[in-house]
Design a protein around this ligand. Structure first.
Ligand code: AMP
Ligand code: FES
Ligand code: ZN
Ligand code: ZN
Length: 311
């Protein structure tokens, strides 16, 4: 297979685009495309301050690399979750994230959940009895809360995460199989800002996971290969595997599934947007973060329960 641009040996064949590219042209193409998506979906402008949530994985580190290459003001945020799983998962991902930032002289904020709230994510999950033996629900809740908190407290305009097409298609697949209208209405590359909540964006949402792996390797980015040890056997992974089977039989399935969904949403033909964005929110009486129910937000409610139970 030869590079479409120069005829050299191709690094990657992207059957869904009918295009193969060599290493050099691939690492140029990825930021060009990202810049296009940032503009197309109105994610952020050149003067806005971006906080990139970095987990130490290939997607978020590549996103940070791309945004810096494109000249955006992008700082990082790493959340220490306290997950070991026999592979020292959190320590290792933190080490690689810090190394990435140091080598490139980038600004990284590190927040450790245990130092901040007294308990690591697995312990919080256990004593709050949430999530049926898996810490993932508590972890998601805590990550959202902390990303919003840091973005707000430090005055960032936008919060960027490394979700790729495989992530987004799997979430869409799950929400479609169960026909969750609120989730479907909210899913997309951009979630607008609301009272005290920064805008949230996913600049990599149109790249396949294998494209991001190829990018990270081609750029020499050192990232943590392991997935979170709690992800194994999850619903999300089952949806990803199912979509991979469809993709293998029909290249482009995932991309079409996601893009046609965005199109249908935008045209208003399939979905009528109600108050699905972030309207009608109240400030949490404890932390001040916007939440849909009056009183405490769900993160503070969980902490309250943990405190009561451990007394
Ligand atoms: P995940 O939910 O693990 O698939 O991660 C989705 C995105 O959330 C990643 O691409 C990161 O942008 C962000 N993220 C996940 N874990 C962390 C973490 N420990 N610290 C900061 N950001 C994270
Ligand atoms: Fe949060 Fe796995 S439980 S990353
Ligand atoms: Zn080439
Ligand atoms: Zn709160």
């Amino acid at each position: 297979m030869k590079c479409k641009k120069c005829g050299e040996k191709a690094l990657l064949n992207m059957r869904h685009h009918n295009m193969a590219l060599c290493k050099e042209h691939f690492i140029e193409w990825v930021p060009e495309q990202t810049a296009r998506f940032i503009k197309k979906y109105w994610m952020f402008g050149p003067d806005e301050k971006v906080l990139v949530a970095v987990s130490g994985g290939k997607d978020s580190l590549s996103l940070w690399d791309i945004l810096v290459r494109l000249g955006y003001q992008a700082d990082g945020l790493y959340l220490g979750l306290g997950i070991d799983g026999g592979i020292n998962y959190s320590h290792e991902s933190q080490r690689l994230t810090e190394k990435f930032a140091q080598e490139r002289n980038l600004r990284l904020h590190v927040v450790d959940i245990e130092k901040e709230y007294g308990y690591s994510i697995p312990v919080l999950a256990e004593i709050s009895h949430r999530g049926h033996g898996r810490p993932c629900a508590v972890c998601g809740l805590a990550k959202r809360h902390e990303m919003n908190r840091i973005a707000r407290d430090l005055g960032y305009d936008v919060l960027a995460t490394g979700h790729n097409l495989d992530d987004e298609a799997a979430v869409l697949f799950g929400n479609t199989l169960q026909w969750y209208p609120e989730y479907l209405l909210r899913q997309g590359p951009v979630l607008d800002a609301a009272d005290g909540l920064a805008r949230k964006v996913k600049p990599l949402c149109r790249f396949y996971e294998r494209e991001m792996t190829a990018y990270a390797l081609a750029r020499g980015i050192e990232y943590i290969y392991e997935e979170c040890p709690f992800a194994e056997g999850s619903q999300q992974i089952f949806y990803k595997e199912s979509l991979n089977q469809l993709e293998n039989a029909r290249p482009g399935t995932k991309l079409t599934f996601y893009l046609k969904f965005l199109e249908a949403k935008r045209s208003g033909e399939l979905f009528v947007a109600k108050d699905a964005d972030r309207k009608g929110l109240h400030a949490c009486t404890q932390c001040g973060q916007a939440t849909s129910a009056p009183g405490l937000c769900s993160f503070c409610r969980m902490l309250e329960k943990v405190k009561l139970d451990s007394q």
